[in-house]
Design a protein around this ligand. Sequence first.
Ligand code: TXA
Ligand code: MG
Length: 316
Amino acid sequence: MPATPENIASAADCLGHGNLVAFPTETVYGLGADATSDRAVARIFEAKGRPSFNPLIIHVEDLAAARVLGSFDAAAERLAQAFWPGPLTLVVPRAPGCPISALASAGLDTIALRVPAHETAQALLRACGRPLAAPSANRSGSISPTLAAHVAASLGDRVDRILDAGATGIGLESTIIACLGSAPTLLRPGGLAREAIERCLEGRLADCAADPDRPTAPGQLLSHYAPRAALRLNVTAPAPGEAYLAFGPAAPHDGPMRNLSPGGDLIEAAANLFRLLHELDAEAVSRSSTIAAAPVPHHGLGEAINDRLARAAAPR
Ligand code: TXA
Ligand code: MG
């Protein structure tokens, strides 16, 4: 539907009810959901068919809204003042009390923030009055959409609304810079040139690709969420006292227990995964026990859930 004021207002309403709306930004079309809702964010992963949970970029209307969600050091402030709104994403520490879904930042204590310049994106953010998680609006593994027709062809009826404002201007995703206390680091080259960023910072950007100790692909750079307690997988009979992450109907258990989805719904399980793991980890650490996770079916979002559980259980 064309990005008229009426359609933007009804798309905002749709987002407020936990649904998915594809919208144009100056880089590519994004697949948006209420970033404060684990359940809405889980629907993004389901619609994209991603085999794992990457942390998503959180879109906000301006720097003031971004400061509520993340902690900006001097470099982050400078970059935000210079380039927002625009094709730049800043990865910063999550602010205390940050209300963003743990699933949206894949359980990490950092957050990727961006203020898009596109007038439709701006109007939608103002109309719905909440931050929007939005990866590119395409199925996992296919190319990023620069036209509403690309979104429709890739996602079909997996997306509830598509706001059409014609071709996106830049056609390449935003540049991602991490500002996490040490030197600002380029995580993903994109629509804002490195040279412009380096001029602003009056110095070279650290480059994750130039450091042999660090992997090159942005997804790999993330330190994946790892609980402090050891985690065992595919456990149907947890030991007494062990912290148990159940899935589906579960027998009573002598110890802390959380259920990803008592009814066996994988979307609900994805929405709950990181929050419940954090809760069980705190309980397991306080009683020096391990965490046991029930088997999760390996279809739909189950594949991504099992990917994250396997990483969390990996020896370290
Ligand atoms: O241009 C864009 O940035 C588009 C439009 C729609 O805004 N969005 C986009 O989002 O490309 P997405 O979700 O595909 O990009 C997510 C990437 C991750 O793959 C990861 O590289 C990085 O952002 N990222 C997100 N959160 C991060 C974090 N906490 N630490 C490091 N990298 C993070
Ligand atoms: Mg993408």
